[in-house]
Design a protein around this ligand. Structure first.
Ligand code: LLP
Length: 432
């Protein structure tokens, strides 16, 4: 009935997540509140891992893309489930280290890594640095030398694939700030340059074509193009590539109109393409790396709010305001992303009115759902916005000096705080 499989309704007509009554969670922990279903996160991790074992004989590794929701908690779960990590900043590296993550299973991304971040990556024992550009390559070689190591690297390649998704999250085409392009020879040149440096060793190639993509074909095309590049590297430079990292980007269901493919199907299809290409081109079968973020955590999360005032503007629009908004979920204001909402304390009631759910920030675009067809919403209701587990907490801000909500993880029938609610004191902690 709802967009995520872990949601249901109990005998009190309350929305449940796993076995937990969301109205009780809101009462106990306060709102706004992020709730993460740990059982579903683990299930999603296993789905990917098992598919890699089944379709690619375990000769691959699934990395959880930490940017979707980075915390000690999520790093620990990814580790317990045998996944690696994709990190994209010094802060994400630091979090992974503090969570006790095995750093050799980490790939470090980013289009403008600083010298300090590269030094931290090397000192932390990050498995691969995914080099974005020539400037970074030279800087990394120097920092690796200073640290007395040879750092394993991959290159971020723009395979020239146009994935059908929001332009802000499209990254595979030549006009992108990420990586080096194949079609103008840039990728080849940087590989040639790397082959002459003493303190980096190019073991892999990487691409990531975008995010929230439903169509499997662009992923398949990207895998084909990357295998062709692997052949070119072997033929022209004698470099044998060990790892093929195909990034993340698999779409999830935010509304009933979204129709995602089961995630193991990507691995099934891509395994065949890579195996066939390796045979055809006479190159070594690469170890495959994938980096799903959203599809692991988004469906597992919901956000609970308390409904405040209603504003019925005759012949214009009805606004319903909640006690959170763009601070905890900036995805509408950034991408006009669509969500599904449920009145948690009357979960089965039939929709009767069209309302716009607004946040409490001093910003007209601070909206969570525009023109949503909902049951009559009353002041004091608990509103659940669904599928908020990715790119919500991790993209949250303190705009208007609003403190970030707590994150509660539920598993079976129990709930625990995994990130504390911020306090006013937290808000001024760094003010001098
Ligand atoms: N690997 C790389 C190199 C990436 O840049 C990303 C996401 C991923 C993996 C994970 O992609 P996913 O499986 O989560 O789609 N803030 C945007 C999404 C930005 C994605 C950035 N890169 C949003 O809220 O939709």
């Amino acid at each position: 009935m709802f967009v995520s499989e872990n949601l249901g309704v109990n005998e009190k007509n309350h929305l449940i997540i796993g076995k937990n009554d969301t109205v009780e969670l809101a009462k106990k922990f306060g709102t706004p509140l992020y709730v993460m279903d740990e059982d579903l996160i683990r299930k999603n991790c296993r789905l990917y891992k098992n598919a890699m074992d089944k379709y690619y004989d375990g000769k691959g590794l699934v990395l959880y893309a930490n940017k979707a929701f980075c915390s000690l908690y999520t790093c620990r779960i990814a580790n317990e489930e045998g996944l690696g990590l994709d990190v994209v900043s010094g802060g994400e590296i630091y979090t992974a280290v503090k969570a006790g993550f095995p750093m050799e299973k980490v790939c470090f991304h980013g289009n403008n890594k600083t010298a300090d971040e590269l030094d931290l990556a090397i000192k932390s024992g990050v498995g691969h640095v995914v080099v974005d550009n020539i400037y970074e390559l030279e800087m990394l070689d120097k920092i690796a030398a200073e640290n007395g190591v040879v750092q394993k690297i991959m290159f971020r390649i723009k395979p020239g694939i146009d994935a059908h998704t929001h332009s802000f999250v499209q990254t595979g085409q030549i006009d992108s700030k990420f990586g080096v392009a194949l079609e103008n020879g840039e990728a080849f040149e940087i590989a040639e340059k790397a082959s002459k440096l003493a303190n980096v060793r190019m073991t892999g190639v990487h691409c990531h074509i975008g995010s929230q993509i439903f169509d499997i074909e662009p992923f398949c095309k990207a895998a084909e193009v990357m295998m062709e590049f692997i052949k070119e590297l072997k033929d022209k430079l004698g470099i044998e590539i060990d790892e093929l990292n195909l990034g993340g980007g698999y779409g999830i269901r935010y509304t009933e109109n979204d129709d995602p493919i089961e995630y193991d199907k990507y691995i099934e299809r891509i395994s065949v393409i890579v195996k066939d290409a390796a045979k055809k081109y006479g190159v070594k079968l690469p170890f495959i790396i994938m980096e799903p973020g959203r599809s692991i955590v988004a469906p597992a999360g919901i956000t609970l709010y308390t409904v405040g005032g209603r504003k019925e503007i005759k012949d214009v629009r009805t606004y319903v305001s909640v006690d959170g908004g763009m601070g905890d979920n900036p995805r509408y204001i950034m991408y006009e992303s669509e969500y599904t909402a449920v009145i948690a304390n009357r979960a089965n009631e039939k929709p009767t009115e069209t309302v716009t759910i607004a946040g409490k920030c001093c910003e007209s675009g601070d909206i969570l759902l525009k023109d949503a067809y909902m049951p009559k919403i009353e002041v004091g209701d608990t509103l659940a916005v669904l599928a908020t587990g990715a790119y919500n907490y991790s993209m949250s801000s303190n705009y208007n000096r609003i403190a970030r909500p707590a994150v509660v993880a539920v598993s079976g029938g129990s709930a625990k705080i995994v990130i504390k609610r911020e306090t006013y004191e937290d808000l001024i902690r760094n003010d001098m």
